[in-house]
Design a protein around this ligand. Structure first.
Ligand code: SAM
Ligand code: SF4
Length: 504
């Protein structure tokens, strides 16, 4: 395996978990144990219209719900009240994020893994997976396509857990991506412009504090780790004993370590389909509350991937806790209301139709033009795509198609990456989001970056569809932000003339 001796991998494995970085946070058990999720879910919830309205009002004032309030929403089943929840969820999203959708692309850098998660195509016992770790030159080539031919400005880089993808590799690869200046080329024609990735988010195995400080040092955006399942017994069942990943607490407390290390944009998530979806929603809300209580900073984003089929992975074929489309939409609704400030991410695991319906429930980010095979953006010759990717995708549309759909529905695609570059992260961004003020910057930056993308990458047809959205946004800025309007228009004109990366 990659020239790394098995004994060396074993040694690396054994060094990973630093118990002293977990123990200090435990208080007579971990915060999930102490949240009594089962009994909160079981307690009977008599319909109480005043209580229901109070919960919705609390959410609309952008306050995090407590676990009993979330459990109450999970118990709602009559169509009239579900409709009411949808209306409020939409208002919450509008208040915090307006009509903006952020897009990004995943970039899988290495699929060697020492773990053996039952549900994942990359698990070490899966002999059918084609293993690869991208070299820095290959990463440069992938980035050139993403930034120069598709027009992405944000990536999420994804790593398996293995000495070949260790922290040194992570730091080198992220630096490489930020350095790439790609020639913008559409249908083979150069546009005489430069495309760059401006925000690299990271989905990586749980790291130690000193490693997280290094990620902070290279300027990552969000650090994302999904707990997979908050249900301890299920967690142990799907993560075989003896693997690093079988350590539930090492994973559960990774965001505590991240915040301690100064990585303050954090992404929570659970893999839906491993256990009862209601339990996982409660787990996510409990996790967010714990971080808010301890650090004053909650989740920057929440993800809720549903289990997808993966090559030679029988576990994914008929999972006992498979989440239906109806339940999936309800879990998005309850999460939107329970953690109202958080960005919510839906990925190309979901079909275009489900994505469309979910956006109305409060989704704020999605990927597009995604390929999740290692090296798949540049290497299109391989017809064995399934063998080098982690699971199979449902939405394979291009970024342009997705943007067109959003624009037709009146949403603006934002390529804004200003937040972390201006220090609007962690506690600062939480305050702005809760006060509904983040939009002040984001609205301006959304228009500027959308215009950039349209000029550099869009077809005439897309430009025509998007023009209506842009014009409406500019009018809104004129009316609602008259103080900054002149400066905004000056920036907008500079973008029209070809200047790039101007932001508030
Ligand atoms: N190896 C790292 C880890 O496990 O934390 C990060 C990368 S892993 C490739 C990213 C995420 O993919 C996992 O956290 C898991 O939630 C998700 N995943 C794994 N198998 C999946 C499947 N069959 N369907 C959908 N998502 C899956
Ligand atoms: Fe490895 Fe992550 Fe897949 Fe588990 S989910 S096998 S840790 S890549």
């Amino acid at each position: 395996m990659l020239g790394i001796k098995v004994s060396k991998i074993d040694f690396w494995d054994k060094q990973r978990i630093k118990n002293h970085q977990i123990e200090k946070y435990l208080q007579k058990g971990d915060f999930i144990f102490n949240s009594n999720i089962d009994s909160r879910l079981k307690r009977s919830k008599k319909s109480d219209s005043k209580k229901f309205q109070d919960i919705l009002d609390k959410s609309l004032s952008i306050q995090t719900l407590n676990l009993d309030e979330t459990a109450y929403l999970l118990s709602v089943s009559d169509s009239k009240n579900l409709e009411k929840m949808k209306e409020v969820a939409f208002k919450v999203k509008k208040k915090v994020y307006d009509n903006r959708i952020v897009t990004f692309a995943p970039l899988y850098l290495g699929n060697f893994c020492v773990n053996d998660c039952s549900y994942c195509g990359f698990r070490k016992s899966n002999k059918y997976t084609k293993r690869k770790v991208l070299s820095l030159a290959e990463i440069e080539a992938e980035t050139k396509i993403l930034a120069g031919q598709i027009g992405h400005k944000r990536l999420i880089v994804v790593y398996g857990e293995h000495p070949a993808n260790d922290i040194d590799y992570m730091v080198d690869t992220i630096k490489t991506i930020y350095k790439v200046e790609a020639e913008v080329k559409v249908e083979g024609k150069s546009k005489n412009r430069v495309g760059q990735i401006r925000r690299v988010n990271v989905n990586a195995p749980p790291l130690a504090i000193e490693e997280l400080k290094r990620l902070k040092g290279v300027g990552i955006g969000t650090y994302q780790v999904f707990q997979e399942t908050y249900h301890r017994k299920t967690y142990q069942d799907v993560h075989p004993q003896g693997t690093i990943k079988s350590d539930y607490l090492w994973r559960l407390y990774v965001m505590h370590r991240a915040l301690e290390a100064g990585v303050d944009d954090i992404g929570l998530g659970a893999l839906f389909g491993l256990y009862d979806w209601r339990y996982e929603v409660m787990g996510l809300v409990a996790h967010n509350r714990e971080l808010e209580k301890k650090f004053g900073i909650g989740a920057h984003t929440v993800s809720f991937p549903r289990l997808e089929p993966a090559t030679n992975t029988p576990f994914t074929e008929s999972p006992k806790y498979k989440v239906s489309d109806e339940d999936f939409k309800k879990l998005i609704l309850v999460l939107r209301l329970s953690i109202p400030h958080a960005g919510m991410i839906i990925t190309c695991r979901e079909s275009p139709q489900i994505k469309k319906e979910s956006i109305a429930l409060g989704i704020t980010q999605t990927d597009a033009s995604s390929k999740i095979g290692i090296g798949s953006y540049s290497d299109r010759s391989d017809n064995q795509e399934g063998l080098r990717q982690q699971f199979l995708l449902s939405d394979t549309r291009s970024l342009e198609e997705v943007i067109q759909e959003f624009a037709k529905a009146g949403s603006i695609t934002s390529f804004c990456t200003a937040g972390y570059r201006c220090g609007r992260t962690g506690e600062c961004i939480m305050e702005l989001l809760r006060a509904g003020k983040e939009g002040k910057f984001c609205k301006l930056n959304a228009v500027l970056t959308f215009r950039e993308w349209l000029d550099d990458f869009a077809s005439e047809e897309t430009k025509k569809i998007a023009k209506k959205v842009i014009n409406r946004e500019i009018q809104e800025i004129k009316q609602t932000l008259p103080g900054v309007f002149p400066q905004f228009m000056e920036y907008y004109d500079r973008v029209k003339k070809g200047e790039r990366d101007i932001y508030f």
